[in-house]
Design a protein around this ligand. Structure first.
Ligand SMILES: Nc1ncnc2c1ncn2[C@@H]1O[C@H](COP(=O)(O)OP(=O)(O)O)[C@@H](O)[C@H]1O
Ligand SMILES: [Mg+2]
Length: 249
């Protein structure tokens, strides 16, 4: 909405019926929760409307758009067994509708079943590689609060030096896209050459599908999407550390 306008966010229950499902491959009929975001902006022309969910498709100039907004929305809808639909009228506005499957069970209060939760604490040595200082600071203090020992680097080259000095690092936890010549994947390859039993876990601000699309990572590697909360971080870290490495590789 370059000249301003009205943005409407709404939530409601919705039904996608069998006819709708038939016309929209991949959609299951049933009860959904609908989240809709509508604007009174410039709208999207028919040719672009087919492409807006493509990762990296943008009509904005370099530096303004990444083309990842709607591809993230799409990935999120898919991974939630949901559906996303976009309607647009050129010159009038656009409405993006996100359908998420309705839970078929009543919600349960949290912490009802503490016996099945795994212990998220550990004392392993983790090398944290992240170029964003605030994200790195957050991750470091959260990891330490769970008992881990943490070494940090803000690029791949520094990380490799640390790996050479500390052969006892248990886990490399690295961002995927970083300045300084080595991306996360390349760093991991070098690191595994130094220490073949090192565990590796990636982190990225890109949506999982965008990462896969760009061939930055393969499908089966552990990946934590930013932004993440402390429990997601702790769970994923524990999961990766407990993983049987002979199965993972
Ligand atoms: N609400 C909208 N109104 C008009 N055009 C839109 C809207 N949302 C997305 N688009 C179009 O779709 C393209 C891709 O959107 P998105 O994936 O969010 O990437 P980005 O906004 O970074 O370009 C945009 O460049 C723009 O052309
Ligand atoms: Mg956008």
């Amino acid at each position: 909405m370059p000249r301003g306008g009205r943005l409407t966010i709404e939530a409601s229950n919705a039904v996608l019926d069998v006819e709708y499902a038939d016309r929209n491959p991949g959609v299951k009929s049933g009860q959904y929760v609908l989240l809709a975001v509508s604007d009174t902006g410039v709208g999207i022309n028919a040719a672009n409307l087919h492409r807006v969910f493509d990762p990296f498709f943008t009509t904005k100039e370099v530096g303004k758009g990444t083309g990842l907004g709607l591809s993230m929305v799409y990935g999120f809808a898919k991974q939630s067994q949901g559906h996303v639909k976009i309607y647009s009228e050129l010159g009038h506005g656009t409405s993006v509708k996100l359908f998420l499957p309705m839970a078929d069970q009543p919600s349960e209060p949290l912490n009802q079943n503490p016996s099945v939760t795994i212990d998220l604490h550990g004392s392993e040595l983790i090398l944290l590689v992240e170029d964003d200082a605030s994200v790195r600071g957050f991750a470091k203090s959260e990891l330490m609060s769970f008992g881990y020992r943490v070494l940090e680097a803000n690029n791949g080259k520094d990380a490799l030096q640390i790996l050479q000095l500390h052969k006892d690092i248990d886990l490399l936890f690295t961002d995927v896209i970083m300045p300084g010549g080595l991306n996360g994947r390349e760093l991991a390859l070098e690191a595994l050459r130094l220490n073949p039993i090192l565990k590796v876990m990636y982190c990225s601000g890109y949506a999982e599908n965008a990462i896969l699309q760009q061939s930055l990572l393969s499908r089966d590697v552990p990946l934590l999407s930013k932004p993440y909360c402390r429990l997601e971080l702790a769970r994923k870290i524990r999961e990766v550390l407990l993983e049987d490495i002979s199965v993972a590789r």
